[in-house]
Design a protein around this ligand. Structure first.
Ligand SMILES: NC(=O)c1ccc[n+]([C@@H]2O[C@H](COP(=O)([O-])OP(=O)(O)OC[C@H]3O[C@@H](n4cnc5c(N)ncnc54)[C@H](O)[C@@H]3O)[C@@H](O)[C@H]2O)c1
Length: 316
């Protein structure tokens, strides 16, 4: 094909998809029905994972819940079962251990069947300046926050590809799009998770498995306790997100089969600015928004438990 025809086809497609995206801004896309789907959520024992489990159970999806924290996971299992007449299976699984992921995945296939929606949500954060991060925590952050995604996708994607039906969900982070001081191990592992999920999305498109959907989620801080102590200077622009709000947004993005979800909306502006302004301008913007000091008073999940022992109940 000559370059002129090639370019004309490209512009035609570009314009068509641009108009299509404008139409979908005005008339929202229909939502998919998840009733009867088998949804596996890693890190289901608290926070976002637990709330997503409750949303899926309320919409008739069967659940496979994975967490290293068995007590929290069983509580999520109980809460999900209360929401509807659905099957809920809880498994203890350390997602940072490849062998364990494959072993538990085999068990799930035997006892439950094929997973059709896989939500890679388990995550950890160290929250220390780079030179204070113990080496084992750097490794652990990568194992939980991104390497586990490779193993779960290897385990469950083949069946989705065979059936040309499924959905991969990656819970990355705003820190997976923009570096944040005090989060060097976390941020880099979340960049990697984003890159992995986006590459897989493109591979699935190339092999024409377009019914295997992908959703990549990048939230700013959510009040789950994981980032206890973190602050924001201008909550109107960059609010600390309520966990129920974040969970609803993620759930809707999955039902609408959105490829990317950044929350709050200002994140889209920040991301565009990052590409076009100078590093000094970016630092000034970061200081103005208080992002340079947002980790200063970080205490994390351990402190969150101390401060809000009743939090697990509130998540209901
Ligand atoms: N809370 C935030 O501000 C925020 C912001 C952006 C992205 N995220 C991401 O959202 C996801 C959910 O976080 P959350 O806020 O609900 O935190 P959370 O601490 O409430 O939940 C994380 C869950 O992962 C589980 N987990 C940790 N290590 C595990 C392992 N090795 N194997 C299996 N399970 C393991 C924990 O037990 C916990 O139940 C994480 O990937 C996190 O990085 C959170």
């Amino acid at each position: 094909m000559n370059a002129v025809a090639d370019t004309a086809i490209f512009f035609g497609k570009f314009l068509y998809y641009f108009l299509e995206s404008l139409v979908f801004k005005i008339i929202p896309k229909g939502k998919k029905n998840v009733s009867g789907e088998t949804v596996l959520i890693t890190g289901a024992g608290s926070g976002l994972g637990r709330l997503l489990a409750i949303h899926f159970a309320s919409h008739g999806a069967n659940l496979v819940l994975w967490d290293i924290n068995q007590e929290g996971n069983l509580e999520t299992c109980r809460l999900a079962k209360e929401k509807g007449d659905v099957k809920v299976y809880a498994y203890k699984c350390d997602c940072s251990d490849r062998r364990e992921v494959y072993r538990v995945a085999d068990k799930v296939r035997e006892e439950v069947g094929d997973v059709t929606i896989l939500i890679n949500n388990a995550g950890i954060v160290t929250g220390k300046p780079f030179l204070e991060i113990p080496d084992h925590m750097v490794e652990k952050s990568f194992l939980v926050n991104v390497m586990s995604h490779f193993w779960t996708c290897k385990a469950f994607l083949p069946a989705m590809i065979k059936a040309n039906h499924g959905h991969l969900v990656c819970i990355s982070s705003m820190a997976g799009l923009v570096g944040i001081n005090g989060l060097s191990d976390y941020s880099s592992s979340k960049f990697a998770a984003f890159g992995f999920a986006e590459s897989l999305f493109l591979e699935l498109t190339m092999i024409k498995k377009t019914k295997v959907k992908s959703t990549i989620v990048c939230p700013y801080f959510i009040k789950t306790g994981m980032f206890e102590g973190c602050t924001t200077k201008y909550p109107l622009l960059l609010p600390l997100l309520e966990q129920e709000y974040a969970a609803k947004k993620v759930f809707n993005a999955i039902l609408e089969e959105q490829v990317y979800l950044l929350i709050p909306k200002f994140s889209y502006v920040a991301l565009i600015l990052k590409q076009i302004i100078s590093p000094k301008m970016m630092i000034a913007l970061g200081e103005y928004l208080g992002m340079d000091s947002c980790m200063t008073s970080f205490t994390g999940r351990a402190k969150a438990k101390e401060l809000h022992p009743e939090a697990e109940r509130k998540e209901q």
